[in-house]
Write a protein that binds this ligand. Structure first.
Ligand SMILES: [Zn+2]
Length: 191
C-alpha cells in the first residue's frame, strides 16, 4: 500500500490550516517538513522488504538447498551465483571468447545470452547488449554498496549473474549486461 496519497492529503490539509491561521512563517515550515517525511518513507522497513521480496519468497522454479548448490557449483561459482559475489575482472576465459554459441546459466543450464550480442566493453567481464529473451533474466533494483544499480539474475534459478548498465555505447540497445563469467556455461554452435 502506498503512503504517498496520504502524505499528500495531510500536506494539503496542513497547508490550508497554515494559510487560514494567517501565520507568515507557517507555509515554509510546512513545506520543509514534507520532504523529510518522504525520505523517511523511502527508507522504511516496509520499503526495504519490497526490494528484497524476490529473494525472500523464492519465486524461482528451480529451488535447491544451499548445501546442494554448494556441492554442484564449487566455491567460486557458489560465492558469485548464490551469495551475489563478483569475480575479479579480467579473470574469466569467457571475457575473450568470441566463438559462435550460446551462454547458459551455470546453476541450471537455462540459455541466457547469444554470442552475437556479446561485445568487448573493456571492463574485464563478459558483456552483452541483450538477453536471449526478456523472460530469461530478471532485473532487480540493488541498493547495496551505497549505489543504485540493476542486478541481473537467472529467471529460472535466481542465480546472481551481474548487473545491467546504461553505458552500452554504440550497441543496438545502449545497454551493457556486465556478467560474471563464472556464472555462465557455454554451448558452442553446432555446425
Ligand atoms: Zn539459472
Amino acid at each position: 500500500m502506498s503512503l504517498k496519497p496520504i502524505y499528500q492529503t495531510i500536506k494539503t490539509v496542513v497547508y490550508f490550516l497554515c494559510v487560514l491561521g494567517g501565520l507568515s512563517m507557517a507555509p515554509s515550515a510546512c513545506s520543509q517538513s514534507a520532504p523529510k517525511e518522504e525520505r523517511r518513507s523511502l527508507d522504511s522497513p516496509e520499503n526495504k522488504k519490497n526490494m528484497t521480496i524476490n529473494h525472500n519468497n523464492n519465486p524461482f522454479s528451480i529451488v535447491k538447498t544451499e548445501a546442494e548448490w554448494r556441492e554442484q557449483l564449487g566455491p567460486e561459482a557458489y560465492r558469485v551465483l548464490r551469495e551475489k559475489g563478483t569475480e575479479r575482472p579480467f579473470t574469466s576465459p569467457f571475457e575473450t571468447e568470441w566463438e559462435a554459441g550460446i551462454y547458459v546459466c551455470k546453476g541450471c543450464g537455462t540459455e541466457l545470452f547469444e554470442s552475437k550480442t556479446k561485445f568487448d566493453a573493456g571492463c574485464g567481464w563478459p558483456s552483452f547488449y541483450q538477453a536471449v529473451d526478456k523472460t530469461a533474466v530478471k532485473e532487480i533494483v540493488d541498493k547495496t554498496h551505497g549505489m543504485t544499480r540493476t542486478e541481473v539474475v537467472c529467471a529460472a534459478c535466481g542465480g546472481h549473474l551481474g548487473h545491467v548498465f546504461n553505458d552500452g555505447y554504440g550497441q543496438p540497445t545502449g545497454l551493457r549486461y556486465c556478467i560474471n563469467g563464472v556464472s555462465l556455461g557455454f554451448k558452442k554452435k553446432e555446425e
